[in-house]
Ligand binder design. Structure first.
Ligand code: SF4
Length: 690
């Protein structure tokens, strides 16, 4: 039997088929879907292996006392333990003593149900999710500038027709290989690709121009390019006058960023700056795409706004083959931030601090608006406060592994251990689940149906290909059972019923799904939101006529350059930057359990420039220790001249001593509360001793 579905991992959500035969494991085969056109990366091809992994959790586990071992338990015992724990903690410490931590990989149905569970069944304000660590800066910047946050406001097919693309801080060739076919088509159509990255990645090597930027100077680059664009007459005055507001203040700032000043900060030569500005300004169609590089910084929102200013000034927004976009990372990073997992949000991108929005959602949920909590803490702040006076005393984790993925991970692990109750729902015993008091085994993507929203804002449908193993429940079944034990019956474990409620809850909201049905998604290869009724075709391209701001105009923001929270000094002389490698995904809970992927990328390696390795007497493959102000970690040395001499790179997928987030800096962006994963200062030592 063939089941048409999608890959469980990243935001491209490549279409794939799962072939099943009696007695045989599921097999991934090619499926022609508009986004990936049959292509998959090695993670997609091997994804079905996890369904029959011997490491899967098949029963609940409970820990009788702190420091004791996890033991097998029945669902009844596990759920009763959770209910009693929640009741006792809320009685002693109040409703907000229970926290919920979700994930950007959960389906829309699960993200919606989790947000409702927190606000209705727990009545806690303390819910956020790991998407805060991924897309929140671009989301906040897009809302400020355009009045809406949809990662790409156009389909990825448009990439092929852009004259010039400026891609900042993304290594698409490794993180989303099937997407490269669109960049290749763009080059074949005569287009130019400019890649901004401190490393000469596979993506940078495929570019027309690689700008090997000093980490943390993205805003200076964007403002400097705008300076040249103004000087050389590339700006589009007609577009600025008719469709935007606030340009004058931005122009005044740009006037001070002459190329020599930008070169000194960014390390990008005046010649390269002029060439980049000419490619962008001289193209009839141009796109500016950001990813985690400029976004995961303590001034990530300003960085993104600086690039949006550039796109607006060039008039490259709201027209075919033009636009600013964010390349979302996690599988449902887009949908996960639309339906209520975020600390300040309600479904449909409604806001918890808006009385009208609160009243609407309270009616859908059948509760008194006064019973809806206020906005809560952001992800890192929620985790940082665990077990402290005023912080949560219990945490329920769904689809996330913060022991690996949170910044300053050593500290976060100690906070997890300080909780009175930690509950983790996962397929495997992740590093967070290892610390839990109760672990709940949950179904994987091919064992349940549901919708995801990909990086284009296209809502897609995942079918169930097989039944979950005996003893394994879906997250919706877990939430429904827990809500029932807490006295709330208005929860459904059926994805279709949850989606129907989600449609009602999002009706009239910014992210309006009310015209989307499972049947339409299947028939139309996905539907782009907003889609406000059943006859609406969906909205592949936004901003063609207007922007959803109060004035209908896009807004410039007069942002300045701010240095990173931490820069190299004599004690910690290198920039450290982190990211993904092709074989692994996020905290590695899944991909570290696939032999072929571990063979391709077996452990944490630090990229070091050969000149620096020579200075430190470090050979290829040698063990080295990196130390930051927060901790230290051990890696094998990978010598490569593709990295700047002042910069080291490590992937963040690994556990144990090679866990990159032991080093990273939790300095938060003041608007998005995004931690500064991308930059911190470290010391490099040969060998593993401190
Ligand atoms: Fe899966 Fe992303 Fe790879 Fe596509 S690019 S196969 S969605 S991990």
């Amino acid at each position: 039997m063939t089941t048409a579905t999608h890959c469980p991992y990243c935001a491209l959500q490549c279409g794939m088929n799962l072939e099943s035969a009696p007695g045989a494991p599921l097999l991934v085969t090619e499926r022609s879907f508009p986004t990936n056109k049959g292509g998959l990366c090695q993670k997609g091809w091997t994804s079905a292996e996890l369904l029959s992994s011997p490491q899967r959790l098949l029963t609940p586990l409970v820990r009788d006392s702190k420091g004791g071992a996890l033991r097998i338990a029945s669902w009844e015992e596990a759920l009763t333990r959770i209910r009693d724990g929640i009741a006792g903690i809320q009685e002693r410490h109040g409703r907000d003593a229970i926290g919920v931590f979700g994930g950007g990989g959960l389906t829309n149905e699960k993200a919606y149900a989790l947000g409702k569970f927190a606000r209705v069944a727990l009545r806690t304000s303390q819910i956020d999710y790991n998407g805060r660590f991924c897309m929140s800066s671009a989301a906040a910047a897009s809302i400020k500038a355009f009045g809406i946050d949809r990662g790409l406001p156009f389909p990825i097919a448009d990439i092929a027709y852009a004259g010039t693309i400026l891609l900042i801080g993304s290594n698409v060739a490794e993180t989303m290989p099937p997407l490269m076919q669109y960049f290749q088509a763009q080059r074949d159509n005569g287009g130019s690709l400019i890649v901004v990255d401190p490393r000469s990645t596979a993506t940078a090597k495929a570019a027309t121009l690689h700008l090997q930027i000093t980490p943390g100077t993205d805003a200076a680059l964007a403002i400097g390019l705008l300076h040249i664009a103004i000087r050389e007459g590339y700006i589009n005055k007609t577009f600025i006058d008719s469709r935007t507001e606030g340009f004058d203040a931005v122009r005044q700032i740009a006037a001070l960023w002459w190329p020599a000043r930008v070169e000194r900060l960014t390390g990008i030569s005046e010649h390269q700056l002029a060439f980049a500005a000419r490619l962008l300004g001289g193209s009839s169609g141009a796109m500016i795409l950001t990813a985690r590089g400029p976004e995961q910084q303590s001034h990530g929102v300003d960085n993104v706004l600086a690039f949006i200013n550039l796109a607006l000034a060039l008039g490259k927004v709201g027209k075919p083959s033009c636009g600013y976009g964010c390349l979302t990372g996690q599988g449902n990073g887009q949908g996960g931030r639309e339906h209520g997992q975020k600390a300040d949000q309600l479904p449909g991108y409604r806001k918890l601090d808006n009385p009208l929005h609160r009243a609407y959602i309270a009616k859908v949920w059948g509760i008194d608006e006064a019973d809806l909590p206020a906005p809560g803490r952001s992800a890192y702040e929620l985790l940082d406060a665990m077990g402290t006076e005023g912080g949560v005393k219990a945490l329920l984790v769904f689809g996330s592994n913060p022991a690996i993925s949170a910044p300053h991970a050593g500290h976060i692990r100690s906070r997890l251990d300080a909780l009175d109750l930690l509950v983790v729902s996962d397929f495997f015993l992740s590093e967070t689940a290892e610390r839990a008091d109760v672990v709940l085994p949950t179904a994987q993507w091919a064992e349940e149906e549901g919708t995801m929203t990909n990086l284009e804002g296209r809502v897609i449908f995942r079918r169930r290909a097989v039944e979950p193993p005996d003893g394994v429940w879906t997250d919706l079944e877990i939430l429904t059972a827990l809500a029932g034990r807490l006295g709330f019956s208005k929860f459904s474990s059926r994805p279709r019923e949850v989606f129907e409620e989600l449609r009602r809850a999002t009706a009239g909201g910014v992210a309006d799904y009310s015209g989307i049905t499972y049947e339409r998604i299947v028939a139309e290869d996905g539907v782009f939101w907003p889609c406000p009724d059943g006859r609406h075709p969906g909205t592949p391209r936004l901003f063609l006529e207007t922007f959803p701001t109060p004035s209908g105009r896009a807004k410039f923001h007069p942002v300045e350059f701010h240095p990173p929270a931490e820069e190299p000094d004599t004690e910690f002389p290198f920039y450290l930057t982190t990211g993904r490698v092709m074989a692994h995904y996020q905290s590695g809970t899944q991909t570290r359990r696939i032999p072929m992927l571990m063979e391709a990328s077996p452990g944490a390696a630090v990229q070091i420039h050969p000149s620096m390795a020579l200075t430190y007497g470090i050979q290829e493959g040698a063990e080295v220790r990196l130390t930051s102000r927060r901790g230290s970690a051990v890696f094998s040395a990978q010598l490569t001249s593709s990295i700047r001499m002042d910069t080291l790179f490590v992937p963040f997928h690994f556990a144990g001593e090679g866990s990159a987030n032991l080093l990273t800096n939790p300095a938060l962006d003041p608007v998005s509360r995004m931690p500064e994963f991308k930059i911190c200062a470290v010391r490099l030592d040969k060998g593993t001793s401190c």
